[in-house]
Design a protein around this ligand. Structure first.
Ligand code: NAG
Ligand code: NAG
Ligand code: NAG
Length: 785
């Protein structure tokens, strides 16, 4: 996360009802098909929060009727806010997680629901609840994810983590088409999710309804959304996003961008709209939309698919960059409209855009300005579904399973209280569940482990409201003998594993901790990780907060005085040589840059933590999907690929450690040749900030296909002058390194704060100076050979 510039936009103000109602006994009603999450025993706790805090809240327990006529606004807001949660004027909180659950029903609301920090709003996927705005609805948003109580948002959008909305229909069709209303106001950052939502809006010609409204943040991921009607079905601005499987029907404009740096659209369907995607904001003089990458998508009966303002002379130079790949059209006369008119014509019939783009390209020499067909990626078979599109799989919800198929961690003897050693209890439960075909349910809590947890084939784990598996103690403290916290399979293991909805963390000095070691080779069905985030430090109970690890930019940090207690991990995730067929979606591997539980303003709680390595992939067979992943603030690198192949990446995002080069990337870890650590031997003192961790390092790896990347370096020892817009871009010398026998394609590479945008075998291929974008610098199309 980083608090970055947000372009001013016209904003709809939301209002919040702070009504208090006393929870009533829930009427015993037949709610239609059941969902295990509703009936499972709710034993979640917040060990570092208030005792007696309730995690799971069924809105009907707070008096919501869901009968299509009763005004449920107060009841839902009460379910949301009860228990001293993080709302108005709270900076953020890791100790007040909640699930606000909606059984089947139609919930009428007359004012906004204020979505508190660290909340999952979840509906019954087997009978999706409808939240419906009444005709007298007041307030701009049905769900307000970050209200404007004053001039600014309640939370800086780039610090809004840990939230989800899924399995809900938002219906504004009772509201006059002349009224401005949006279904969900969603300025958010990493570790957030929207999944399986439907937005029902007025489809009248002059409608002012919107579905999704997001004006800022640093996200993130959404999938499986359907929009019917609307003026602008999705009005979007954010640094970056991965959006997959969205369908738009009958909107005036399906998607309109206020601004962005990079955006990955996979599997988008646009039917019967007037305009598909508008990225022309700011026009030719002041474009504010950096780039979009659209692939495996279908657009039909829509006069113009994309409206852009990029031209030879438009400013900033690379604003409005586009890559299209495998886009089917049917009755779309103009695919791309620009200031010069039609720049990519479509057809009144059916056609497929195999590959097309506009912007700057390096192949690998450049820049060349282009607005033309491109050769699409030669896609590795193993990454595709039977239609030739990239394989994808949404986060499983196990909605057809009975509650008896779940084995609760707490019922199985684990305490999750943040202090008890739960290693043995969890291991026993994981082993017995795998052999019995049960799904491990990690009740909300913090599960301390003091030895490696081994995950065998056939394991499925799903968490309640971001439970944490937290390593602690001497076992993980020695960087000369690193050990996995979670080890998925052992060397040679084969089988399938599914992990979702939990966090993995460390407590105190853990210089030898590898948070996840993935050894499993999967053959039939890929294994998967969905919303499994690594979160190091910066939270209550981590022993690495402002009290222990506050930043010290004014002091020179050396190998001798580096704070050993602030060494949080050895490596975040290691995909080893024998592993293959792993699908990762919406995973954020994060070394905290600030303390989320101190209630200071924005940058007040910055901390310096050390983790040696980010995500290291050495799978020899490959077949790995990284859909909406990001890795931030490690010492040596964020993403590293060693002798691997066949990797799909859709909007990868990195940030370099804010403290570097104080100390340099050679401190405090010893270079491990066996892990192919970079040693920065190329840095001879003649270059600028050279010993700074790589954002993306590729060594002897082939068929790597990146559909959107944001590699950011905001600081030089906490000073952001180096990443200033139009400035030197010298926070670090280079951020992306390709070495040895490698082949890689990158669509819409967005780089910030690095002088060189791409290095190949130590030689810079692209300078930031030639690729000025809206804030980051952009290369629309790069192939290294
Ligand atoms: C896309 O979303 C729809 C609606 O939620 C869902 O039914 C479908 O399975 C999803 N498809 C993919 C490929 O994820
Ligand atoms: C460009 O947009 C920015 C942000 O909206 C604004 O501050 C600036 O004045 C605009 N510049 C021009 C030349 O229109
Ligand atoms: C197509 O581009 C031209 C020139 O920028 C613009 O005037 C026109 O409004 C665009 N068409 C649509 C439908 O956005």
């Amino acid at each position: 996360m980083h608090l970055s510039a947000v372009l001013p936009v016209t904003l709809l103000m939301g209002s919040v009802a702070h009504g208090r109602v006393i929870p009533e006994a829930r009427a015993a009603a037949a709610d239609g098909p059941s969902f295990w999450m509703e009936s499972i025993e709710h034993q979640g706790v917040s060990p570092f929060g208030d005792s007696g805090y309730t995690v799971f809240r069924n809105v009907k327990d707070f008096g919501a009727a869901g009968d299509g006529s009763t005004d449920d606004t107060d009841a839902i807001n009460n379910a949301m806010s009860s228990g001293d949660r993080c709302g108005k004027d709270c900076f953020s909180s890791t100790t007040t997680p909640a699930i606000v659950y909606f059984p089947a029903g139609t919930y009428m609301i007359s004012a906004s629901i204020f979505d508190f920090y660290n909340t999952k709003m979840i509906g019954n996927p087997n009978a999706m609840p409808v939240i419906k705005a009444s005709s007298n609805f007041e307030g701009g948003y049905m769900i307000d994810g970050d209200p404007y109580f004053g001039e600014g948002l309640n939370w800086a959008a780039t610090t809004v983590f840990w939230r989800e909305i899924k399995n809900i229909v938002f219906d504004s069709t009772d509201v006059s088409p002349d009224t401005e209303i949006s279904g969900v106001h969603w300025p958010t950052a990493q570790a957030t999710n929207l999944q399986n939502l439907v937005f029902e809006m007025s489809a009248e010609e002059g409608t002012k309804h919107q579905g999704l409204f997001c004006e800022s943040g640093s996200a993130g991921f959404v999938s499986d959304l359907v929009f019917n009607g609307g003026k602008i079905a999705a009005a979007l601005g954010n640094q970056q996003f991965t959006m997959r499987n969205l369908t738009f029907n009958n909107a005036q404009t399906a998607i309109s961008h206020f601004w962005d740096w990079g955006w990955t659209y996979q599997g988008i369907t646009i039917n019967d709209c007037k305009l598909g995607i508008d990225i022309s904001t700011g026009g030719v003089v002041n474009g504010s939309v950096g780039s979009i990458t659209l692939f495996d998508s279908t657009i039909s009966n829509t006069p113009i698919a994309i409206n852009s303002a990029q031209s030879e002379t438009s400013l900033p130079h690379t604003a409005g960059s586009i890559i299209l790949e495998n886009v089917d059209i049917m009755n779309v006369p103009v695919v791309v409209n620009s200031t010069s008119g039609t720049v990519l014509a479509g057809s009144s019939g059916a056609d497929t855009i195999a590959g097309w783009g506009q912007g700057n390209k390096y192949t690998p020499d450049g820049p060349t300005r282009f607005q033309d067909a491109i050769k699409p990626v030669t896609r590795p078979e193993g990454l595709l579904d039977d239609k030739g599109r990239y394989y994808s799989r949404s986060k499983p919800q196990y909605e057809s399973m009975d509650v008896s198929s779940f084995a609760s961690a707490r019922a199985g003897g684990a305490k999750g209280d943040g202090t008890t050693d739960d290693t043995a209890a969890l291991q026993k439960l994981i082993d017995s569940s795998a052999s019995a075909g049960k799904i491990v349910y990690l009740d909300a809590g913090v599960y301390k482990v003091t030895k490696t947890l081994t995950i065998p084939a056939d394991t499925k784990i799903v968490g309640e409201a971001y439970p944490v598996i937290m390593s602690s103690g001497e076992f993980f403290a020695d960087q000369s003998a690193p050990k996995p916290v979670i080890q998925v399979g052992k060397e040679g293991s084969e089988g399938q594993v599914e992990l979702s909805d939990f966090l993995i963390s460390t407590q105190g000095a853990q210089a030898g901790a590898i948070l996840v070691e993935w050894n499993m080779a999967s053959t039939d069905e890929p294994s998967g990780m969905w919303e499994v985030h690594v979160r190091l430090g910066g939270f209550e109970g981590s022993m690495q907060t402002t009290a222990e690890c506050a930043k010290t930019p004014e002091m020179e940090t050396t190998a001798d005085n580096v704070k050993q207690d602030c060494i949080a991990a050895y490596m975040l995730m290691h995909v080893t040589a024998g592993a293959s067929n792993l699908y990762m979606e919406n995973c954020w591997l994060w070394v905290s840059d600030h303390d989320m539980d101190v209630q200071t303003e924005a940058d007040g709680g910055q901390i310096t933590l050390y983790s040696g390595r980010g995500l290291n992939i050495e799978s020899t067979k490959g077949n790995i999907w990284l859909s909406g992943t990001s890795v931030e603030h490690n010492v040596l690198y964020e993403y590293q690929f060693i002798s691997t192949k066949n990797i799909y990446m859709g909007q990868i995002q990195t940030e370099s450690a804010y403290y570097q080069p104080n100390p340099s990337a050679m401190i405090p870890f010893t270079v491990n040749k066996d892990l192919h650590d970079p040693d920065f031997s190329n840095c001879d003192g003649s270059k600028g900030n050279c010993e700074v961790g790589w954002g993306l390092r590729v060594v002897d790896s082939t068929d790597l296909h990146v559909y959107g990347a944001g590699l950011y370096s905001f600081f030089d020892n906490y000073d952001a002058v180096c990443s200033k817009y139009g400035g030197e871009q010298n926070c670090q010398e280079a951020i992306f390194s390709i070495e040895g026998e490698s082949s890689i394609t990158v669509y819409n590479l967005n780089v910030l704060g690095s002088t060189s945008m791409i290095d190949q075998d130590g030689k810079s291929l692209a300078s930031h100076k030639d690729n000025q974008g809206v804030f980051t610098n952009n290369i629309a199309y790069f192939v290294n050979k």
